[in-house]
Design a binder for this molecule. Structure first.
Ligand SMILES: [Fe+2]
Ligand SMILES: [Fe+2]
Length: 295
């Protein structure tokens, strides 16, 4: 696995609050770098006139990435009626955004390989969260759908890195994936750093847009008003709603969706930060249930 040490952030990029302990610890951890092929694909996607033929060619050159893309594109999460047989077929059938999302999910899977029950739980969570965040954004803030998918996919990306560093960390994974607000302190005891802070360092090193890196850093807190830009605030809120829906969909304890009594403080914090009313949030479960009924 190609590795890189996170870059020291600059004072001017606004993405990093100087937290010396976090910086020091993150600098000692080998963070997997973004695959070169993904960097080349992103360059092509960022052009005004996207050459999908070139993107297909870049992917086909990487046999393992190609295989993963076909596998992810056929995952029940994407709800395709017909199975996708090849990259050309995926290019043809998936829209541009879903194709880009599939490549990103595949590249992340290729980078963070590993086995075991906790890794399976991690992938089920991360890939579902990408899609749940995407659906929530389409309901409330459609222009953020692309960012929302990325924030859902990446928000816990440091978990496999921390699992790799210490077997003791595995015992914390179920609580980490259940949005436990108190788990960060225990992560620091076990591995000197929590997954949200290390996740920020990793997303920075992958050149993920800054609002996403900031929402990753904040995602275990409910302090939505701490951010200085509305995009980060909304991504942070979308993550909080999505984590609760993910738990609800697995009949685990959550704070927003029935049959539990919703946490009024959390719903008020969401409404204050975004203007999204409790009534609208309540209606969201029907939309999400319809979309994810068979996963
Ligand atoms: Fe998390
Ligand atoms: Fe999570």
């Amino acid at each position: 696995m190609e590795q890189t040490t996170p870059q020291q952030p600059t004072e001017t990029d606004g993405a990093w609050k100087p937290r010396s302990k976090v910086e020091e610890v993150a600098a000692t951890i080998n963070i997997p770098s973004q695959p070169k092929v993904m960097q080349d694909i992103n360059l092509e996607f960022n052009k005004e006139d996207i050459d999908f033929g070139k993107i297909g060619e870049l992917i086909r050159r990487d046999v393992s990435l190609s295989a993963k893309i076909v596998k992810v594109a056929n995952s029940p999460l994407f709800r395709r009626r017909k199975s996708i047989e090849s990259i050309d077929h995926a290019l043809l059938i998936l829209g541009r955004i879903q194709f880009q999302q599939t490549i990103l999910a595949s590249a992340l899977r290729q980078t963070l390989e590993g086995h075991g029950r906790e890794m399976d739980q991690f992938w089920a969570h991360s890939e579902s969260m990408g899609l749940i965040c995407d659906v929530i954004a389409r309901q409330f803030q459609p222009d953020l759908a692309g960012y929302a998918y990325m924030v859902g996919l990446f928000h816990d990306c440091a978990v496999p890195i921390l699992m790799d560093r210490s077997s003791e960390y595995n015992t914390l994974v179920p609580r980490v994936l259940a949005r436990d607000r108190l788990v960060s302190n225990e992560e620091e005891v076990v591995g000197e750093i929590d997954h949200a802070s290390l996740g920020m360092a990793m997303t920075r090193s992958w050149s993920v847009p800054i609002p996403i890196t900031k929402a990753v850093m904040a995602h275990h807190s409910d302090d939505f008003l701490v951010h200085d830009d509305p995009t980060t605030t909304r991504l942070h809120v979308i993550l909080a709603i999505a984590e609760n829906y993910y738990l609800y969909s697995r009949r685990a304890e959550n704070e927003i969706f029935q049959p539990v009594t919703p946490n009024p403080w959390l719903l008020t914090a969401i409404e204050v930060a975004t203007g999204w009313s409790k009534h609208r949030i309540d209606g969201l479960s029907a939309v999400l249930d319809k979309r994810f009924s068979d996963i």
